[in-house]
Design a protein around this ligand. Structure first.
Ligand code: PMT
Length: 424
């Protein structure tokens, strides 16, 4: 059930004999890759213990509206903001009545009012309670407000009677819930993104690096999450907060970035946005280098080319490189596409060439020139967030094409020289 991967489900459990089924529901939702937090009404506690649901969801169960500790952390507003969807299963007749009346006198009803997200109910009650005019009216009121009703089903009931009112089976509820989410263009795919600069130490206080802020790579990571992917972000040192729902791996040097990337391969798609330092000092001084002569020469050697080496070792991974250029953008980008054996290159101007549009390093905007074996397209100047969404849609499209037709030949003998030859 890929549509539930990475989704945040807030599960409300109310007082009904069907509450025992919520344990299985949580287990199955987590198995489908969703994160689950639980709110129980006091009525639900008569049927199943909070401890059981805590153990299964991996989170403390939320129970009280007025909880000073919770209000500082996961109070009703935070819970509503956290979730992608709220599902109440089982939803008792009393809960439906209170929700229809717009009450907010316990945590669950308050969260339902505070949430601006899909809300679904799986009713569970005796068949005569379900058919009662009050419940019928409440169900109509709730659906007219856009609240979804999953079920109830008909059949034998816990009270021994037969009729409508049984909570829908867990399998069906999971399908109903998944239908709420659109299939993203990268649903079910794992995407690894590198971002930011690397720092190559000279001595304990100095390093060789560049101006990358990480903004472009972090925006791409968020866009890939939005598109439904599982995202690993390998980042050099930046001053940005970890994007939501991303596995963030922090590194400093090119060598560490190479290890972090290759130890997580293979993935479906690799996007190398990082501005990796091309050279590093041959020797790292143990102590701070003292100021002496007017001119000081630093011997540098090449760092590993993370993108080229990874593509050579994992040719089946759809790989997208970036190219930061000050002149002949298209020619250089196409050269990188071929030399590194990539499926796509996203080229951008840097330095003076990008000054008119606010620069590229560190700015909130950028423009990209996407190049692949038999085509290209310009993505005009936009915020990095917007540009990243557009880039992800192009990548997803070409990735699907490659899966159907096989990888195009950019053809490339990747020449992997060992880092070494020092340059002064
Ligand atoms: O971080 P921001 O401030 O938002 O700026 C964004 C950016 C300008 C850093 C970004 O858009 C960008 O262009 N990143 C790539 C910068 C770069 O190093 O380009 P390059 O042409 O030198 O490298 C080509 C490709 O090889 C890149 O995908 C790079 O990640 C990769 N590479 C380079 C050297 C190396 N040793 N290992 C690599 O993997």
């Amino acid at each position: 059930m890929q549509r539930l991967t990475n989704k945040r489900i807030l599960l409300g459990v109310t007082g009904s004999i069907a509450a025992y089924k919520s344990a299985e529901l949580i287990r199955r939702l987590r198995g489908a890759g969703a994160e689950v937090q639980v709110i129980m009404t006091h009525g639900a506690e008569a049927f199943i213990t909070p401890l059981t649901l805590q153990a299964l969801s991996g989170h403390p169960v939320h129970q009280n509206l007025l909880d000073t500790k919770a209000e500082a952390g996961m109070g009703h507003i935070e819970l509503a903001r956290w979730a992608d969807v709220i599902m109440i299963a089982p939803a008792s007749a009393d809960f439906m009545a209170r929700l229809a009346a717009g009450r907010a006198d316990d945590l669950l009803t308050a969260v339902c009012l505070a949430g601006d997200i899909p809300l679904a109910l799986a009713p569970a009650m005796n068949n005569r309670m379900w058919r009662d005019k009050a419940t019928v009216d409440n169900a109509k009121k709730l659906t007219s407000r856009g609240i979804l009703l999953f079920g109830p089903d008909s059949g034998e009931q816990a009270c021994g009677e037969t009729g409508p009112g049984r909570m829908r089976e867990v399998d069906l509820l999971i399908n109903d819930l998944a239908d709420i989410f659109q299939v993203g263009s990268l649903t079910g795919k794992t995407v690894l993104i590198t971002a930011g600069p690397t720092r190559e130490p000279i001595d304990p206080v100095r390093f060789v690096s560049n101006h990358s802020s990480g903004k472009m790579g972090y925006a791409i990571a968020s866009a890939a999450v939005e598109a439904g992917a599982k995202v690993i972000l390998v980042s050099g040192p930046v001053a940005l907060a970890a994007p939501d729902r991303v596995e963030l791996v922090k590194v400093e040097t090119a060598e560490q970035m190479l290890q972090a990337v290759q130890s997580r391969m293979p993935v479906d798609i690799f996007i190398a946005t990082a501005a990796v330092a091309d050279y590093r000092p041959v020797q790292v001084a143990k102590d701070k280098i003292k100021k002496q002569d007017e001119i000081m020469a630093l011997a540098l050697e090449k760092t590993p080319d993370i993108l080229a080496e990874t593509k050579a070792r994992f040719p089946e991974v759809f790989s997208v490189g970036f190219a930061a250029e000050t002149h002949d953008l298209e020619a250089h980008a196409r050269g990188k596409l071929i030399k590194k054996g990539l499926e796509m290159v996203a080229a951008n101007w840097v330095g003076e060439a990008a000054a008119a549009s606010g620069g590229t390093f560190g700015s909130d905007t950028n423009a990209l020139h996407l190049i692949w074996a038999d085509g290209q397209i310009e993505l005009p100047l936009a915020s990095k967030a917007r540009l990243a969404r557009s880039l992800i849609e192009h990548i997803a499209h070409h990735y699907d094409d490659c899966q159907r037709k096989g990888f195009p030949k950019t053809n490339n003998v990747v020449n992997l020289k060992k880092p070494g030859k020092p340059v002064a």
